[in-house]
Design a binder for this molecule. Structure first.
Ligand SMILES: *[C@@H]1O[C@H](CO)[C@@H](O)[C@H](O)[C@H]1NC(C)=O
Ligand SMILES: *[C@@H]1O[C@H](CO)[C@@H](O)[C@H](O)[C@H]1NC(C)=O
Ligand SMILES: *[C@@H]1O[C@H](CO)[C@@H](O)[C@H](O)[C@H]1NC(C)=O
Ligand SMILES: *[C@@H]1O[C@H](CO)[C@@H](O)[C@H](O)[C@H]1NC(C)=O
Ligand SMILES: *[C@@H]1O[C@H](CO)[C@@H](O)[C@H](O)[C@H]1NC(C)=O
Ligand SMILES: *[C@@H]1O[C@H](CO)[C@@H](O)[C@H](O)[C@H]1NC(C)=O
Ligand SMILES: *[C@@H]1O[C@H](CO)[C@@H](O)[C@H](O)[C@H]1NC(C)=O
Ligand SMILES: *[C@@H]1O[C@H](CO)[C@@H](O)[C@H](O)[C@H]1NC(C)=O
Ligand SMILES: *[C@@H]1O[C@H](CO)[C@@H](O)[C@H](O)[C@H]1NC(C)=O
Ligand SMILES: *[C@@H]1O[C@H](CO)[C@@H](O)[C@H](O)[C@H]1NC(C)=O
Ligand SMILES: *[C@@H]1O[C@H](CO)[C@@H](O)[C@H](O)[C@H]1NC(C)=O
Ligand SMILES: *[C@@H]1O[C@H](CO)[C@@H](O)[C@H](O)[C@H]1NC(C)=O
Length: 656
């Protein structure tokens, strides 16, 4: 016989023989229900029932198909179970039902009877009688998938997990596991996915992880690791996802060079890792041709040596998320061209809190999918390119705290070209922006508008009152002028913060006006609100910050007003012409409160209730005595008191 044929024949005989055995086995051992064969192995069924019993479930609906009844013999039909078609062994146990923690009692050793399991998911089940990961899970040596995430486990990862040699997916994220990661983890050479994030592991990142050469996904984020990133991470050449974000100090032992071997990286997240020695970071990132997500927030990065042409050749064209905020980047012309050269698919760019000097290039408008741009708190200068406002995908733009210039009404005009339904946040405060605030009523999704501390002038268009989603409006410290009427606020029912202070605005609002909003922060210093007390404040029960200093009010303060004090942190009524006596009221102490009533014409005794606050400014008034105030039993609360110019009947009492 031809030897190859002989071999094939032997296989054939073997297969036929094996099939006979299986059929006989099934007929002999598996009971019948009616005339349907039950596949479930009785010992495994008993194990599952014991397991369920250990859970001590209150919820009868969950796992109700797992039972002793005659019609429940076929455990392969139970929910969350999958058996082998051939052998009837339970292969898969997926008890994860939802994204809410299910509370259960214990995991009993019965689980270990399911020797053939290759898939076990207990995520989102918290076993209050099994606080740490049971060692017997490590006896399930056929496991290829093990998910114990969100399960409230504490303690150590059993070193016996090193026996799970077939494991491909290990998810232990979102528990309270601590101590060090056992070195035996390096035995798991088939591991593709390892999630140890959001636990309390500490110590060095184990260099053993660098020998898991099949890894594609490694998440060690939100733990207490310190020390350095192991150099041998450069061996993880299949890695696509790496997340080492942490609030602890991880640093580099000798640069970021290992990154150059990880050419499949899509997601690279190293926020707060000290990358100050990686002076070629830009060049290394340029070599990552699959990169989509880059988070180097707060990494002590400096300007990088400009990348040579050749190394930029592989720079990913699908980069969509870049966070480089909170670093020491200084030269904007090293960053903007580099980023814009590589990708036009950027949707999120954070460069805030660096020391970037220079201008924003006109070409920024070519980032046509940009949704979030944050360049705040740098030293950028020059004209803000109009092209930026033609990017119709923008949702949030923050340019605050630079030295940028331009005409606001031109920006608004450019923005309105794209029927801007999605712009939610526009922050351009603390720059050198001039011009008028035109009709903004078409920006209907706007929630935050900050244009404070610029050089805006002219009157404020009433269209602003149509922005029914607006939560924050800050126009303070500009040169706005003219009247503010009820229609400036007509639809602002969501507004929480209003800052119109330090302009030349005059409120013309009727005494009967009931505002549509319930403000928390009200800053109207030097707006002309007087001469009457702004009665509409009576509806603002939620306010904790009120500054109406220099508002030309010359009335009494109504008694209802003082009832707001216990929930406030700051009250400034100074530099008005408030007059009259302040009635005493029983009020509870409020240690954070700062009150400024200085430079008014208040009369009579300083009321005792003012001593509820930490700081009180009373100078430049006509108070007659402070006896009640000083002797009140809560005045120990007051840390700072300024009333030098009070005319007192008997000043010796203060000294006492
Ligand atoms: C086992 O049976 C299920 C359902 O009858 C079927 O979808 C699956 O392909 C079978 N698996 C094998 C390995 O035969
Ligand atoms: C583990 O389970 C959680 C929650 O059910 C899920 O979000 C996560 O993707 C799972 N892990 C893997 C590797 O499938
Ligand atoms: C598992 O890892 C430990 C420590 O790294 C090692 O001593 C042991 O030989 C490994 N076991 C197997 C089966 O590879
Ligand atoms: C790292 O953490 C361990 C334990 O948490 C600590 O003993 C060690 O001093 C830390 N090392 C550094 C460099 O901070
Ligand atoms: C892993 O990396 C280390 C140090 O970077 C190196 O010495 C070693 O040869 C690498 N091992 C493999 C298998 O590539
Ligand atoms: C980062 O590391 C460098 C050099 O090791 C050190 O000088 C610097 O202070 C560190 N930065 C931070 C924020 O700890
Ligand atoms: C660019 O990527 C290709 C394929 O991944 C690689 O062969 C080449 O060396 C890379 N070039 C540079 C300059 O990194
Ligand atoms: C910024 O980088 C550019 C490009 O490399 C260079 O020409 C310029 O001199 C740098 N500016 C400063 C202030 O260092
Ligand atoms: C941008 O790309 C062009 C062409 O690929 C190249 O000549 C130029 O040096 C690149 N600029 C930067 C800053 O990488
Ligand atoms: C007002 O804005 C100018 C710059 O535009 C700034 O210097 C000043 O400190 C700001 N004043 C207040 C009270 O915010
Ligand atoms: C606003 O300021 C600009 C110059 O900064 C000036 O030309 C213009 O007349 C001013 N407009 C108003 C209404 O004051
Ligand atoms: C103030 O508002 C009232 C009522 O809306 C209006 O009649 C009056 O003309 C306004 N005052 C000024 C100065 O425009």
């Amino acid at each position: 016989m031809n030897p190859r044929f002989a071999m094939a024949f032997q296989y054939y005989v073997f297969i036929v023989f094996f099939m006979h055995i299986s059929v006989l086995h099934a007929l002999a051992l598996n009971p019948m229900i009616g005339n349907v064969t039950v596949k479930c192995i009785e010992s495994e069924r008993q194990a599952l029932l014991a397991l369920k019993q250990g859970f001590h479930l209150n919820n009868n609906a969950w796992l109700s198909s797992w039972g002793h009844g005659d019609n429940q013999k076929e455990c392969c039909n139970w929910e969350h179970i999958q058996c082998s078609n051939e052998t009837g062994h339970v292969l898969k146990l997926d008890l994860h039902v939802s994204d809410h923690i299910v509370r259960a009692g214990s995991i009993t050793t019965a689980l270990a009877e399911l020797h053939h399991l290759n898939y076990l998911d207990l995520s989102y089940i918290s076993f209050n009688l099994t606080p740490s990961i049971p060692i017997f899970i490590a006896s399930l040596t056929h496991l290829r998938y093990l998910n114990l995430s969100h399960s409230g486990f504490q303690g150590k990862v059993p070193h016996q997990f090193g026996n799970l040699l077939f494991l491909e997916y290990l998810d232990l994220g979102y528990n309270s596991l601590f101590a060090e990661i056992p070195p035996q983890i390096s035995n798991l050479s088939n591991l593709v996915y390892l999630h140890l994030g959001s636990n309390s592991f500490h110590g060095n990142i184990p260099p053993q992880l660098g020998s898991l050469l099949s890894l594609k996904y490694l998440d060690l984020s939100e733990n207490g690791f310190n020390g350095t990133i192991p150099e041998n991470f450069g061996n993880l050449s299949n890695l696509e996802y790496l997340d080492l974000s942490s609030s602890y100090q991880i640093s580099l032992s000798s640069g970021l060079q290992w990154l150059s071997h990880l050419s499949f990286l899509r997601h690279l997240s190293l926020p707060k890792v000290n990358l100050s020695t990686a002076n070629n970071w830009q060049q290394l990132v340029s070599g990552l041709s699959h990169l989509q997500y880059l988070d180097f927030n707060g990494c002590d990065l400096s300007d990088s040596i400009p990348s040579s042409l050749s190394s930029a050749a592989n720079f990913s064209t699908s980069l969509s998320f870049v966070d480089l905020s909170g670093n020491n980047l200084m030269n904007s012309s090293l960053i903007f061209p580099w980023l814009m050269n590589s990708t036009s698919s950027l949707d999120m760019l954070n460069l805030d809190h660096n020391s970037l000097r220079g201008t924003i290039p006109e070409a920024i408008g070519e980032l046509s999918s940009l949704e979030y741009l944050n360049l705040a708190s740098n030293q950028l200068e020059g004209q803000i390119p109009i092209s930026l406002f033609h990017v119709c995908s923008l949702r949030e733009l923050d340019l605050s705290g630079n030295r940028l210039s331009g005409q606001f009404h031109e920006f608004a005009k450019a923005l309105s070209n794209c029927n801007h339904k999605q712009l939610q946040t526009l922050k351009m405060g603390w720059n050198e922006i001039i011009g008028m605030v035109p009709d903004l009523s078409s920006f209907s999704s706007l929630q935050v508008l900050r244009l404070d501390s610029n050089g805006l002038n002219g009157t404020l268009h009433e269209g602003i009152g149509q922005l029914s989603n607006l939560r924050e409006l800050r126009l303070g410290n500009n040169s706005l002028e003219g009247l503010i009427s009820e229609s400036h606020f007509s639809k602002l029912s969501m507004l929480l913060t209003l800052d119109l202070s330090h302009n030349s605005l005059v409120f013309n609002i009727s005494n009967e006006w009931v505002p549509p909003f319930k403000l928390i922060k009200i800053k109207l210093a030097s707006c002309i609100l007087g001469p009457d007390f702004p009665k509409w404040l009576q509806s603002q029960h939620n306010m904790n910050w009120l500054d109406i200093s220099g508002a030309e009010i010359s009335s009494n303060v109504p008694n209802w007003f003082w009832e707001f004090l216990p929930t406030m942190v700051k009250l400034n009524l100074s530099h008005n012409h408030f007059k009259g006596k302040i009635e005493n009221l029983p009020l509870i102490p409020q240690s954070a409160l700062q009150i400024d009533l200085s430079s008014n014409s208040f009369e009579g005794p300083v009321p005792a209730f003012l001593s509820i606050s930490a700081q009180v400014f009373l100078s430049n008034n006509m108070f007659s005595t402070a006896n009640l105030f000083l002797c009140s039993n809560v005045s120990a609360n007051t840390e700072y008191l300024d009333f030098q110019i009070i005319t007192l009947e008997d000043s010796s009492q203060i000294v006492g």
